[in-house]
Design a protein around this ligand. Structure first.
Ligand SMILES: NC(=O)c1ccc[n+]([C@@H]2O[C@H](COP(=O)([O-])OP(=O)(O)OC[C@H]3O[C@@H](n4cnc5c(N)ncnc54)[C@H](OP(=O)(O)O)[C@@H]3O)[C@@H](O)[C@H]2O)c1
Length: 260
């Protein structure tokens, strides 16, 4: 399904969680994969797993999306070594939680830098190559908060909506053959979710297990999702099968969202 042989993918935030699951899904469909994150040790382990999944070539890019000049230089170096990137999974770590009224200007600026300004630069770097290759797929990993803001994640809610607006606008500008879409993960079993459960348990005086059970019960599917379930939808959006899907947001949340 959705053969990606001959395609080169850059997956950001790829050393664990949803990003790693996306990289594995792309590799199993035949794509070469470059993995970007900050931590070099986790990147090496991820690269081994992606290689074992069948990627013809695997690159690691150790870069911090909070340092936009350095990240831009690292992506430019990858393209020089590797050639144009066809598939880009735009993913990174989420902003810290907390009440919106308590959020500082520094927190807003940091989150907008990582989630909006860094992707803007990478899009400017990668889209010309996608256009010249006649095949491009950009998939943003956002959140169900694009549709329904999540309590206690005020800065994140704002960034996700900003990226969704950015993506919708870009979807009107990109040339034929180059698409951009968003996946909106619901509660998905990653390190990030573990941290959020611990923080929520601390605030409400309960246990992380109880918090996780509440989250699982909130979806008609009655459970927390797996990273692979999100990775599979990302791989579909990267595939030729999704050529006519453009500018949309797809929840992968077990049916938790009530909005249309
Ligand atoms: N898990 C969920 O339930 C869920 C639900 C909705 C939305 N989301 C969103 O989906 C995205 C991925 O979630 P996840 O649960 O997979 O997160 P995760 O487990 O925390 O993984 C985040 C990945 O991004 C990398 N990263 C973090 N900050 C970075 C930076 N400044 N520059 C470059 N790479 C960076 C991390 O590696 P390094 O730390 O080594 O850089 C790691 O590879 C996040 O934006 C999250 O908020 C998650």
């Amino acid at each position: 399904m959705g053969d990606l042989t001959g395609r080169r993918a850059l997956v950001c935030g790829a050393s664990r969680g949803i990003g790693l699951a996306a990289a594995l899904a792309l590799a199993s469909r035949g794509a070469s994969v470059a993995l970007l994150a900050r931590g070099a040790t986790a990147l090496r382990a991820a690269a081994e797993a992606v290689s074992a999944r069948g990627a013809p070539s695997v690159e690691t890019v150790s870069a911090d999306l909070d340092d936009r000049d350095a990240a831009e230089a690292a992506v430019a170096d990858l393209v020089r070594r590797w050639g144009p990137v066809h598939l880009w999974v735009n993913n990174t770590g989420g902003p810290p939680g907390g009440p919106l009224l308590a959020a500082t200007e520094a927190a807003f600026l940091a989150a907008l830098g990582r989630h909006v300004l860094a992707p803007q630069r990478i899009a400017q770097q990668l889209v010309p190559g996608m256009a010249s290759e006649g095949y491009g797929r950009i998939v943003n990993v956002l959140s169900t908060s694009v549709r329904e803001p999540i309590d206690g994640l005020g800065v994140s809610n704002l960034c996700r909506a900003a990226v969704a607006a950015w993506a919708k606008t870009l979807s009107r500008e990109l040339p034929p053959g180059v698409t951009i879409n968003n996946v909106l993960p619901g509660y998905t079993d990653t390190e990030r979710l573990g941290e959020l459960a611990t923080a929520a348990a601390g605030r409400s005086g309960t246990t992380p297990e109880t918090v996780r059970a509440t989250w699982a019960a909130a979806a008609p599917e009655g459970r927390i999702g797996t990273p692979a379930e999100v990775g599979g939808v990302i791989a579909f959006l990267c595939s030729p099968d999704a050529a006519f899907v453009r500018g949309v947001s797809i929840p992968v949340d077990g049916g938790r969202l009530r909005s249309l």
